[in-house]
Design a binder for this molecule. Structure first.
Ligand code: SF4
Ligand code: SF4
Length: 311
């Protein structure tokens, strides 16, 4: 039987073996402070049409409601910063970097399943589930508690060695693991670059995003027409938006990922504005075959591109 004191090192070496960049551990429990913040955020309707964010309020705040008897939340970082950025000149139509390659949900979900399998082999019977942006888990808050970084004014988790261009994933398990220590401070300091650069004024106060104004929401989540007030403000982002990350000084430390599945389809790397405007169902299916972009379907992507191109 492996003593509990060794669980953390087994988990961290497994994370490393599976290609995760960082791994941190927090004790599972109700997120009291976050409950208050989330309620206030929802009361201000900052979730827009993302009604699902108001669902499962208790589950979102209490991991034991997702995995019975949960004792630990393992947070994982997986880099997606690309070696070569797709065109990003002001006049180019743009795509958020996380969506260049295959859908991260699928790529990381497979790794989480493998992760749990390895832990069961090495430690024994463990009840647990893996999550990657796929269930009501407050992933940034758990990562912060696990010492992986701090929550920046742009609301994202920032890591001192990697910045913020990474995915977060979690394993919620019923195993006692020695937790890590959260950072004692945040490292945004007096910087306000993300707030100043956001073209739709979606960062309404430090760390608080009005989701209903964010370009990521407008181009991906919103099912209706994009409101006219955002005309001329989208800076040519057709799917997602990286502005508040691109301007963040901590992203100077971003290094290219090593995940071949995150590489863009070769045709996408050559896309011109004209290609975006004239994209056909056939090209859409080919270029975004396994991509998260499929979420908007062709009609949604065309709506976004048309919105960028009409006065
Ligand atoms: S993703 Fe874009 S629109 Fe959303 S808060 Fe950041 S800069 Fe603003
Ligand atoms: S741009 Fe500046 S304020 Fe915004 S998250 Fe980065 S360091 Fe913090």
């Amino acid at each position: 039987m492996i003593p509990a004191s060794k669980h953390a090192s087994i988990i961290k070496s497994t994370a490393n073996r599976l290609g995760f960049d960082f791994c941190g551990i927090a004790k599972a429990g109700f997120l009291e402070e976050e409950a208050r913040r989330l309620e206030e955020w929802l009361n201000r309707n900052y979730n827009g049409e993302m009604g699902y964010l108001a669902n499962h309020f208790d589950k979102r705040l209490d991991p034991t409601k997702l995995v019975e008897g949960a004792k630990s939340v393992v947070s994982l970082i997986y880099n997606y910063y690309p070696e070569n950025k797709l065109p990003e000149k002001p006049e180019d139509i743009k795509l958020a970097k996380y969506a260049y390659g295959e859908d991260y949900h699928l790529v990381i979900r497979d790794k989480l399943n493998e992760f749990l399998g390895i832990l069961r082999d090495e430690i024994g019977e463990i009840d647990g589930r893996g999550f990657v942006d796929s269930a009501p888990v407050m992933e940034r808050q758990w990562a912060q508690k696990a010492g992986l970084g701090w929550l920046g004014k742009n609301s994202l988790l920032l890591n001192r060695e990697m910045g913020s261009f990474f995915f977060l994933a979690e394993l919620i398990i019923d195993l006692d693991v020695t937790p890590d220590t959260p950072l004692a401070k945040d490292y945004c300091g007096t910087c306000t670059a993300c707030i100043d650069a956001c073209p739709t004024d979606a960062i309404v106060e430090n760390g608080v995003i009005d989701g209903s104004r964010c370009i990521s929401y407008l181009t991906i989540e919103l099912k209706d027409a994009i409101p006219a007030e955002f005309k001329g403000k989208m800076e040519n982002w057709a799917f997602g938006c990286d502005i508040c990350q691109d301007v963040c000084p901590w992203n100077r430390f971003s290094k290219p990922h090593h995940e071949t599945k995150f590489k863009p389809h070769p045709e996408l790397a050559e896309f011109t504005n004209r290609d975006w405007q004239e994209i056909t169902e056939e090209t859409f299916r080919k270029v975004f075959k396994k991509s998260a972009v499929k979420r908007t379907k062709l009609a949604g992507l065309k709506r976004n591109v048309d919105f960028l191109n009409t006065k």
